[in-house]
Design a binder for this molecule. Structure first.
Ligand SMILES: [Zn+2]
Length: 115
């Protein structure tokens, strides 16, 4: 692989992270303050987190959470979400965890691109 191909890959990845990140921020703004506060204690309960084609999914505190960042839809198997339809603490915790990881990756890629 050439340096130019590596740069293209890194540039595309940065752009992908920015697209999904903007959507993640929108979703986090929909969550109310009390659920966002409670999500902090769930940060270490986010398990099996994956992102595939813009869809985040994880098991959070025993519930199955999923956010489609392209379609901007979300669901969680907990009662708070399934009965009230709200952005629950599980969805917030998963999205925050993903955003933190991507922020680190975004920083690293931009460092690479500035070389
Ligand atoms: Zn939930």
């Amino acid at each position: 692989m050439t340096t130019s191909q590596i740069r293209d890959l890194a540039t595309n990845r940065v752009s992908w992270i920015e697209t999904l990140g903007a959507s993640a921020n929108e979703m986090l703004q929909v969550a109310d303050a009390s659920r966002t506060a409670r999500a902090a204690s769930y940060a270490d309960k986010v398990e099996e987190a994956v992102e595939r084609r813009g869809v985040l999914s994880a098991t959070v505190g025993g519930y199955r959470a999923e956010v489609d960042l392209l379609e901007k839809t979300f669901r969680c198997s907990c009662p708070d979400h399934s009965q009230r339809g709200v952005v629950c603490k599980h969805l917030v915790a998963m999205t925050l965890a993903w955003r933190e990881q991507r922020r680190a990756e975004w920083d690293a890629l931009n460092q690479l691109l500035s070389l």
